[in-house]
Design a binder for this molecule. Structure first.
Ligand SMILES: *[C@@H]1O[C@H](CO)[C@@H](O)[C@H](O)[C@H]1NC(C)=O
Ligand SMILES: *[C@@H]1O[C@H](CO)[C@@H](O)[C@H](O)[C@H]1NC(C)=O
Length: 319
């Protein structure tokens, strides 16, 4: 008798542990009622992510950025789409304002469920700023909010951090060298912080997005930095079909939020749904970009027909 009772109790206990954790996971992946903070949320990919989370029932979307004109415009647009006070713009330089802005947000909203780090620059003439904004910014904001969401310190109830890296974080080629380094670091940081070991303890999922070429001012800046011929060869090598819409990344972010395990990374390119990143680094072979037939004269000739067989380069981008 005693033995049976003992096993019954054990069974019931195990059953409840299981049910509770499944319910937690389900709740953790629900968007309804969640507060979402998006760095770089006033434009481009960040704006599209905020837009898609609000569309799917988020309680509030907080947009951070330095440009007040852009920020207020983004706030107005989202509030007219989703209702008054759904979106709030806060002027914020992520490299200096973490303390004041995170306190202000937590005071007003009490809890942040989802942090999206999407503020990015790609100005290779300012390598220090690239690392400060893309890398240090992402790391400091992730760390701060990881600590406010983590369950194991008795304060948090779990949450999610979505960090925007880039497909550049999977590849080595001769272009945008500091930007690439900044995104390699974001990917490594996010996958490490989001490691299941840490997730099991903290209840905070950390997921990385790696967008391919996306229709934002960033992509044009990047492409116009380098010799057009080199850029064309590299784009051809990667075989992207098109420059995707920011909204595709926004939709992808929602899909990944609903389905992805902590520590995973997802490529979003060509206006297609997210695909889990391969855990490899691809080094573009020298032969692929060192094309002897391209003499200087031919290069100049090619520049006049810059749209030939290169879907990603519009005349607007060409130099
Ligand atoms: C802020 O954004 C507006 C609208 O996009 C733009 O015209 C302006 O140049 C930006 N200001 C700065 C300082 O970048
Ligand atoms: C995390 O927890 C899950 C579910 O309990 C378990 O299957 C997995 O082995 C754990 N992973 C690590 C790295 O602790």
């Amino acid at each position: 008798m005693f033995v049976i009772t003992y096993f019954n109790i054990l069974f019931v206990a195990l059953f409840f542990v299981n049910v509770t954790s499944t319910a937690n996971v389900k709740n953790e992946r629900k968007i309804t009622g969640k507060v979402v903070v998006v760095t770089g949320g006033t434009k481009g990919v960040g704006y599209a992510i905020a837009d898609n989370f609000l569309k799917n029932g988020a309680k509030a979307g907080i947009l951070l950025g330095t440009n007040v004109t852009e920020g207020e415009r983004a706030e107005r647009k989202l509030n007219s789409k989703y209702g008054k006070n759904k979106a709030e713009y806060i002027e914020c330089d992520i490299t200096t304002d973490l303390d004041t802005v995170s306190k202000r947000i937590l005071k007003k909203y009490r809890y942040v469920d989802i942090l999206v780090n999407s503020e990015t620059i790609a100005d290779e003439y300012k390598p220090r700023s690239i690392i400060l904004i893309n890398t240090v910014g992402t790391i400091e904001w992730s760390t701060r909010f990881f600590n406010s969401m983590r369950k194991d310190n008795g304060r948090g109830k779990g949450g999610a951090i979505i960090n925007v890296a880039s497909v550049a974080a999977h590849n080595i080629d001769p272009t945008y060298v500091t930007y690439r380094a900044s995104k390699f670091a974001v990917l490594a940081f996010s996958q490490s912080l989001g490691h299941l070991y840490n997730y099991n303890i903290s209840g905070v999922r950390v997921i990385t997005l790696c967008p391919g070429p996306t229709d934002t001012p960033l992509v044009y800046k990047v492409y116009s930095l380098y010799d057009l011929d080199l850029v064309k060869k590299i784009i051809k090598y990667y075989n992207f079909a098109k420059i995707q819409s920011p909204d595709n990344v926004g939709r992808g972010a929602v899909e990944v939020f609903r389905n992805a395990e902590s520590g995973t990374s997802w490529d979003i390119a060509d206006d297609k749904p997210p695909v889990e990143s391969a855990n490899t680094i691809n080094i573009v072979p020298f032969e692929e970009i060192d094309d002897d037939e391209n003499t200087h004269a031919q290069k100049e000739n090619n520049a006049d027909n810059s749209n030939d067989e290169c879907p990603l380069i519009s005349t607007e981008v060409a130099l």
